[in-house]
Design a protein around this ligand. Structure first.
Ligand SMILES: [Mn+2]
Length: 369
């Protein structure tokens, strides 16, 4: 059931995926599904979760949207609050797994959530994966629709809706959904600059139902002081080699985690820089390295680049992955995790920073410079 993107019969393929999904959902009526978003959910993921919730309601399927980290970006908080989207933050041992007859992954394939193992241990079957990142092979779902050529995962859901699974009508619930999906598409495609034909088709379909005033409000959130400070550090600590800009920002709170991609976006505006990597140690329930990659270089695949540079962990999965123009990575600190005295903390950061920089410099062939 897996699908490669970019095939000439994309239209037929898309409607085949929609009818396969419909067939599966029809057989699942009355169930409750857990929709797993990445640990730091972005608008694309949140809107896909909402789309799934609205879509499956017609078969009497209930959903919980869950994530294991934080909603950290100010725009994403505004989105959830202004649109009244019901979404649950869960520690992995808190997931009420006995409630669910199946799990669903949107805008990810289980590699960006700390809740996956817990779901697996609870024996919850993986029903559906809908994503636009490169194929990750972490999960074995009953239905999988992976389209790396699409700019936003939200556009895949709009494709299902438009294909007859949930035609939009003029009512408040659909207005909310259309606004969320539009925000997903806009923010995921750099204000449509990176959008593909299918994203434009989706946006055109959503436009008459979208609440422009609300969208405007969501998109014009100011940056928090902490985010500005992370951007400041990223600027100060950056090292540039052959057009690659790498910057470590040290420790940051889980609440400020989404400052990393914002800092990366900012550093990418410097002339002669084509690729940026910003990373830091995120201190939440777990302490972990998180990093964000942004590139304008057409010949660079963020997914391949991160997999090559960082390799795999003992479990066999990669530390990172990506999609067109963007990627991310997460490195568990294992035995070294946890708050320490200032001296140990500094040693720990210096060691990880040096190691990560070395891996990237080796990958780009700039090691000795
Ligand atoms: Mn996405």
């Amino acid at each position: 059931m897996k699908k490669e993107s970019g095939s000439p019969d994309q239209g037929d393929d898309a409607s085949r995926m929609a009818s396969q999904l419909e067939a599966l959902l029809k057989g699942r009526s009355g169930e409750r599904h857990v929709v797993i978003l990445q640990d730091f959910p972005d608008p694309d993921a949140i809107s896909c979760g909402l789309a799934y919730r609205c879509l499956v309601a017609q078969w009497g399927i209930e959903t919980d949207l869950v994530y294991g980290g934080r909603i950290s970006h100010q725009e994403n908080l505004a989105m959830v609050n202004l649109l009244g989207i019901n979404i649950m933050q869960c520690e992995s041992d808190e997931v009420p797994s006995e409630r669910y007859q199946g799990s669903v992954f949107v805008d990810g394939q289980g590699t960006t959530s700390c809740l996956v193992e817990r779901m697996e241990r609870a024996g919850i079957p993986v029903l559906i994966v809908v994503d636009h990142h490169a194929q990750q092979d972490r999960l074995k779902p009953l239905f999988s629709d992976i389209r790396p050529a699409v700019g936003a995962c939200a556009s895949i859901f709009v494709d299902y809706m438009q294909g007859g699974l949930l035609p939009l009508v003029a009512k408040a619930e659909h207005r909310k959904l259309a606004t969320a999906l539009m925000h997903g598409i806009i923010s995921e495609t750099g204000a449509l600059i990176e959008a593909q034909a299918q994203d434009f088709t989706a946006a055109a379909y959503l436009q008459p139902f979208c609440d422009r005033e609300l969208l405007n409000e969501i998109l014009h959130q100011q940056r928090s002081h902490q985010v500005m400070e992370v951007i400041h550090l990223a600027l100060e600590n950056r090292v540039i080699r052959s057009g690659y800009c790498i910057s470590g920002v040290g420790y940051l709170r889980a609440d400020d985690r989404d400052a990393l991609p914002q800092a990366a976006d900012f550093l990418l505006t410097e002339e002669m820089v084509h690729t940026v990597i910003v990373f830091g140690i995120v201190q939440g329930e777990r302490e972990e390295i998180h990093g964000s990659l942004r590139t304008t270089r057409l010949t660079l695949s963020p997914d391949q680049f991160l997999k090559d540079a960082l390799g795999r962990m003992a479990s066999g999965s990669h530390y990172g992955g990506g999609k067109a123009r963007a990627g991310g990575f997460e490195i568990p600190l294992g035995f070294l995790a946890g708050h320490d005295d200032p001296e140990l903390s500094k040693l720990k950061w210096d060691t990880f920073k040096a190691k990560i920089q070395k891996k990237f410099f080796t990958k780009i062939g700039a090691e000795g410079e």
